[in-house]
Design a binder for this molecule. Structure first.
Ligand code: AMP
Length: 288
């Protein structure tokens, strides 16, 4: 089945009106891979019709980030959408999404300044602004996001709750290569050597998870040891952060914490920024 391609608000409105039953939206920046496709399949399980948006949002890139060189593979993306039975592909131009410089935007608040937000000032404001616009344009019943971007998912849940946005947010697990590397549109930038170094991110997370019943300090210590080695590798991993946080606030958890947590890591290999995370359960000492 070929999806209806909507490039303008009018085309989207027509496609939206023609869609029958519940509609699920999967927002993406394109360069679709198996991670995006697993989100599309989750969307299909949750609704009668599926829309995928493809838009590289300039508002969420910092001045020294990779907006210009972000991969754009529209034909291949359309083929992937067709293969997954997507009903609507919304692929607006920059002018359609931002006819002028927006004056009123979403502020991500304190959570937006933590962890990834501290490394990328303004990123979450830009991300939430475009997600709210997409939700208002497409008006889906359900929207599906990846756990891969755990803080993004937490911030979207928070925006939807705080601003009473009438949509159900669904999180879907991270899809990985067999060796553990989380799929990312940015992986295609990696040389073979860089990819080998990048593997330390997921290895560190698994080493941390193995220490989950010894408490937060052991988790961060075990993951940190793997990353220290990668920092001395050739090419090196330049670590941005390694944190163990509460999944709903992204505040760091401290010694003695028990309950759900997310171990999150970010770093640069060569010119490529990569992030990854793993949800963990920290148990009480008597459960150990
Ligand atoms: P992006 O196109 O990178 O902005 O991502 C679009 C959506 O796909 C976001 O909700 C991401 O969290 C999700 N996503 C990206 N990579 C993966 C992955 N490896 N597994 C699952 N979801 C992913």
């Amino acid at each position: 089945m070929t999806p209806v391609i909507a490039a303008t608000r009018e085309e989207l409105a027509a496609a939206r009106s023609a869609a029958k039953g519940a509609l699920a939206l999967v927002p993406t920046m394109g360069a679709l891979h198996e991670g995006h496709r697993s989100l599309i399949r989750e969307a299909r399980r949750r609704a009668d019709a599926v829309a995928v948006s493809i838009f590289v949002n300039p508002l969420q890139f910092g001045p020294n980030e990779d907006f210009d060189r972000y991969p754009r593979t529209f034909q291949a993306d359309l083929e992937a959408c067709a293969a997954e039975g997507v009903d609507i592909v919304f692929a607006p131009s920059r002018e359609v999404m931002y006819p002028g410089e927006p004056e009123v935007t979403v502020r991500s608040g304190p959570m937006g300044e933590r962890v990834e937000g501290a490394a990328r000032p303004g990123h979450f404001d830009g991300m939430l602004t475009v997600v709210l616009k997409l939700l208002n344009l497409v008006r889906p019943d359900v929207a599906v996001f990846g756990q891969k971007d755990a803080q993004q998912l937490a911030m979207i849940r928070r925006m939807v709750a705080d601003l009473n946005v009438p949509v159900e947010i669904v999180g879907a697990p991270t899809v990985r290569e067999q060796d553990g590397l989380a799929l990312s549109s940015r992986n295609r930038y990696l040389s073979e050597d860089e990819r080998r170094t990048a593997l330390a991110l997921s290895r560190a997370l698994y080493a941390g998870a193995d220490a989950a019943d010894e408490g937060p300090d052991a988790v961060v210590g075990a993951a940190g040891a793997v990353l220290d080695k990668a920092a001395a590798a050739d090419p090196p991993l330049e670590l941005d952060y390694l944190v163990l946080v509460d999944p709903s606030t992204f505040l760091q958890v401290t010694t003695g914490y028990t309950g759900p947590a997310v171990l999150a890591v970010a770093g640069r290999v060569g010119a490529t920024h990569l992030i990854d995370n793993l949800p963990l359960q920290l148990v009480t000492p008597k459960e150990r």
